[in-house]
Design a protein around this ligand. Structure first.
Ligand code: NAD
Length: 511
């Protein structure tokens, strides 16, 4: 069963794939792979368009972005339909996962771009007090975006919007698994009046992604698996291209003895099952303190039983977007069961779909000798481990090669903050799930094998620029002390100065 099926093509013709709906296998169309020479041409054209775009004032760029917001709002249903077909997701989930965050990101950066990109006059340290320092932003050029299938529209919008507002061109390579949603992004910006070659899409699989990096982009944003991220990082390193990698995760939830059980149960289930478990910072494992474990597990199973998994667009849980994912899920669950885990609900494929689906599953009696507790499952599977106390929970949460995000469930904010500080992840949510991803003022990214670099946050838009410091002399003296001639007297004077200045506790405070 394949959502993406290669089509035989004659030699010299571009590779092609038949694309089918993940849940129903209904044909959706064909994906024609962009050959490497056309990828290079796309980057060349983007570079030309970018030169003019860089001269467009930021306020005018922002005005176009707001037109794109209007168009997205007007044509939402059309966009939702395409994304639902590509992903097999429900309608409400598509609105929550793709449309709202996209509109919000576009509106936020349109509103703040001018301020965030403005020249900054910065105060200098004492040695340079006589100089004025201005930090300006220069666009980088052509920005490459390689996206995964689990958030095919929003994961293109997120990095591309600040990049465009910062004066760059964008060439996106959407996942081959969800090719039509990736194209929406280009249609949207062109419809809003962005220059045609400024925003482009190249289609295909890993080969096309690799070709995009080799085509000489000036910066690359990659979102996808850790295994592919490693290859992308190597290729960028070889080409000396700056990059950010948003990679896999194995996010832990720590449920403390004083958690609000109603909220913790619903929150953990939503955090795990949202997007049928295909969410980078979704909950993948739970550590619950023993004093409340029995009640917590009982309620989790009861609520999971209520989840509706079918295909008509109104479901809670759906088929997997990529059918290959079901094999991984099945392998993790079977491995756990063979090592002593118990399935409380689910634990098998859902054969009512023509596509590949797995039932929402809850496992107990799990441990770190099982793949389901250590490897990224990326599916509707909730393994729950009972622990003595919060310290044990934290030690187990940190016992991972990943470190994307994590959650803590407690009524005690001080305790939550203390646990959050010790959690080895890029972000933490307390009595909440995944929200750090959508907070524009928060830097987002992973530690350990979950990523390199940060996106979002106020600094994010400037990361799509070269920040160029410009130093001005203020005093207009005929000569500076450090210019020729370098006499012994000058050397002695400078030594005296640094001894007095840096040798004094009081004066050091002026540095
Ligand atoms: P993937 O790594 O298989 O593919 C991601 C993209 O990389 C696709 O477009 C693919 O065609 C392309 N690609 C493959 N080989 C390439 C190569 N050699 N060079 C360049 N590009 C190449 O990932 P996926 O299976 O599509 O997505 C799921 C993964 O994405 C999960 O691990 C998930 O955790 C991760 N993810 C992370 C975040 C985050 O913010 N950290 C967000 C969403 C998804």
């Amino acid at each position: 069963m394949a959502v993406l099926e290669p089509i035989r093509t004659s030699k010299g013709q571009p590779r092609r794939f038949r694309v089918a709906h993940p849940a129903t296998l209904e044909p959706l169309g064909e994906l024609v792979v962009t050959p490497a020479d056309e990828v290079r041409e796309a980057v060349r054209k983007a570079r030309e368009a970018q030169k003019k775009w860089a001269r467009v004032p930021v306020a005018d760029r922002a005005r176009l972005m707001l037109r794109a917001v209007d168009i997205l709002l007007e044509r939402q249903e059309e966009y939702i339909d395409v994304i639902m077909r590509d992903t097999g997701r429900g309608r409400v989930e598509t609105i929550l996962m793709e449309i709202i965050p996209a509109v919000d990101t576009m509106a936020y950066y349109a509103r703040h771009a001018e301020r965030l990109l403005a020249d900054r006059t910065v105060s200098n340290q004492t040695l340079l007090k006589a100089k004025k320092l201005v930090i300006t932003c220069r666009p980088m050029g052509v920005f490459g975006v390689i996206t995964p299938w689990n958030g095919p529209f929003v994961l293109a919008v997120n990095p591309a919007v600040p990049a465009l507002l910062a004066g760059n061109a964008v060439v996106i390579k959407p996942s081959e698994v969800t090719p039509f949603s990736g194209r929406l992004f280009v249609d949207l910006f062109r419809a809003a009046g962005f220059p045609t070659d400024l925003v482009q899409c190249v289609d295909g699989d890993g080969e096309t992604g690799a070709a995009l990096i080799e085509a000489g982009v000036d910066k690359l944003s990659f979102t996808g698996s850790t295994a592919t991220g490693r290859k992308v990082g190597e290729a960028c390193g070889r080409n000396l291209i700056p990059f950010t990698l948003e990679l896999g995760g194995k996010d832990a939830a720590i449920v403390c003895a004083d958690a609000d059980l109603d909220r913790a149960v619903s929150g953990v289930i939503s955090g795990c099952m949202f997007n049928t478990g295909q969410f980078c910072c979704g909950i993948e494992r739970v550590y619950v303190v023993e004093s409340i474990a029995e009640e917590f597990i009982r309620r989790v199973v009861a609520e999971v039983r209520e989840l509706r998994q079918h295909w008509d667009g109104t479901q809670d849980v759906s088929a997997m977007i990529s059918p290959a994912q079901v094999d991984i899920i099945e392998d993790h669950v079977n491995d756990a069961v063979s090592r002593g885990a118990r399935v409380l609900i689910g634990g098998r494929r859902n054969d009512s779909f023509r596509g590949a689906a797995y039932e929402p599953t809850v496992l107990v009696d799990v441990n770190h000798g099982m793949k389901v507790m250590t490897d990224e499952t990326f599916g509707p599977v909730l393994p729950i481990m009972v622990v003595r106390d919060e310290d044990e929970a934290l030690a187990l949460a940190n016992d991972s090669i990943y470190g994307l995000s994590g959650t803590v469930w407690t009524k005690d904010q001080d305790k939550a903050l203390a646990l959050a500080r010790r959690m080895e992840t890029g972000s933490v949510c307390v009595n909440e799930t995944s929200l750090t991803f959508g907070a524009h003022n928060a830097p987002f990214g992973g530690v350990k094998q979950s990523g390199v670099g940060r996106v979002h946050g106020e600094a994010a838009i400037r990361q799509f620029c070269h920040e160029v410091p410009v130093i001005f002399d203020r005093l207009g003296l005929k000569k500076e002390q450090n210019w020729y001639p370098l006499s012994e007297d000058k050397g002695d004077g400078m030594q005296k100065f640094i001894r007095i200045f840096y040798g004094s506790k009081l004066l050091r405070k002026l540095v």
